[in-house]
Ligand binder design. Structure first.
Ligand SMILES: *Cc1c(COP(=O)(O)O)cnc(C)c1O
Length: 369
């Protein structure tokens, strides 16, 4: 169909700086000299799975870490040949494809390993798998008792190669003491299973583990968040570069008289004549409605300006009384270099991971080198 009208510019878009992504990868490398698994689950934390995988493909990454075979398939279909690691447990229906495409699962039970072993035998393959152990996360992995016996069983499965061992940190950004004990436990498990020579890859750290702790025997880390420019630990933020800048535009500017309610529920009522800009982004784009009334700001024409009243599905209102030059069509930074995404997460009573992954498909992702 021929559309006679000009293409409408998007109301909200995310500018994604691939140079900043690679800079953050270099920060991870500098912090830890071992191998890197770049975690790109959930559409690379909302940054766009294929584009991020392609941007990192030439960076000597050992693995891309994904949540499921759908994500693995998208990376493969993008023409990226880097090895793919499945971070969580797999369903039995997914395993045929995992074996056929030589993706790397972690195994949490003997039954799962046996199933992989049978499928690999049918394919005439030897599948590389990692032994997942639960050292405190409570989400997956073998419970850490009688591990030598379990490894002996796995070793007897001829079509599996136990290439690595991994575990996960539940509170590396909240509880250093517990995390240090977890590193000790993980090391003790590796020694109990025959020492570091036994595994090609040993991995425990997410971003916080990588930035905040000595890696000891570990020779692979699994950073996610820090690659996208946010440090889960204070003190490292200055080293990281902003990757995503979420933007929108002013659609309307009006002056409302004193005593005028703004947005649903009328939780904000003007006390004086107020110049109000309406901006074309809302919770339908993934901007959290929960910031309403919590003092979140946006950035227009070099100024921080406060949101008024509740965030609506497609629009939000901003007090531009102090910024007389603000006019219809002006670009608005919702978060980015001037409004840290971490600040929005705090005001929405959530975490940056959730803000990033909540940005909806309606928001156009624009990539810059
Ligand atoms: C998501 C995830 C990571 C990455 O965590 P970040 O805190 O984003 O660095 C690492 N390992 C596992 C098992 C994960 O699920």
């Amino acid at each position: 169909m021929n559309e006679p009208f000009p293409v409408s510019p998007p109301r909200a878009w995310a500018e994604i700086d691939l140079g900043a992504l690679r800079k953050n990868l270099a920060v991870a490398r500098e912090a830890f000299g071992g191998g890197l698994m770049a975690v790109v689950k959930a559409g690379a934390y909302g940054h766009g799975l294929e584009e991020i995988a392609k941007a990192l493909a030439a960076q000597e990454i050992a693995f891309f870490g994904v949540a499921n075979v759908g994500e693995a398939r998208r990376i493969r279909n993008a023409g990226v040949a880097t090895r793919i690691y499945l971070l969580g447990a797999t369903w039995s229906e997914e395993r045929e494809e995992i074996v056929a495409r030589e993706w790397t699962p972690c195994v949490s039970s003997i039954a799962e390993a046996e199933h992989f072993n049978r499928i690999a035998a049918n394919h005439g393959k030897r599948l590389k798998v990692h032994l997942a152990v639960d050292t405190g996360m409570g989400r997956g992995g073998f419970v850490a008792e009688n591990l030598p016996e379990k490894l002996a069983l796995l070793d007897r499965m001829e079509n599996l190669e136990i290439e690595g061992i991994g575990s996960h940190l539940p509170s590396a950004d909240e509880d250093a003491e517990f995390t240090l004990r977890q590193f000790e436990r993980f090391h003790a498990i590796i020694r109990e299973l025959g020492g570091a020579e036994r595994f090609k890859w040993m991995h425990l750290s997410n971003s916080a583990g990588l930035l905040g702790f000595d890696q000891g025997l570990c020779n692979l880390s699994r950073p996610g968040l820090m690659l996208y420019g946010v440090s889960p630990l204070p003190g490292f933020q200055e080293k990281l570069a902003t990757v995503m800048t979420l933007k929108s535009r002013v659609t309307l500017v009006r002056t409302l008289p004193a005593g005028h309610g703004i947005s649903y529920g009328r939780q904000f009522v003007t006390t004086k004549p107020t110049r109000v800009a309406t901006v074309g982004i809302g919770y339908g784009d993934g901007y959290p409605r929960q910031v309403s009334g919590n003092g979140a700001d946006v950035w227009i024409r070099g100024r921080r300006l406060p949101i008024l009243g509740r965030v609506t599905m497609d629009q939000l209102m901003v007090d531009v009384t102090a910024a007389e030059d603000v006019t219809e069509g002006d670009e608005v930074e919702i978060f980015g270099p001037n409004i840290p995404v971490a600040e929005i997460a705090v005001k929405a009573d959530t975490i940056t991971w959730e803000i990033f992954t909540g940005i909806t498909p309606r928001v156009l992702r624009c990539y810059q080198e």
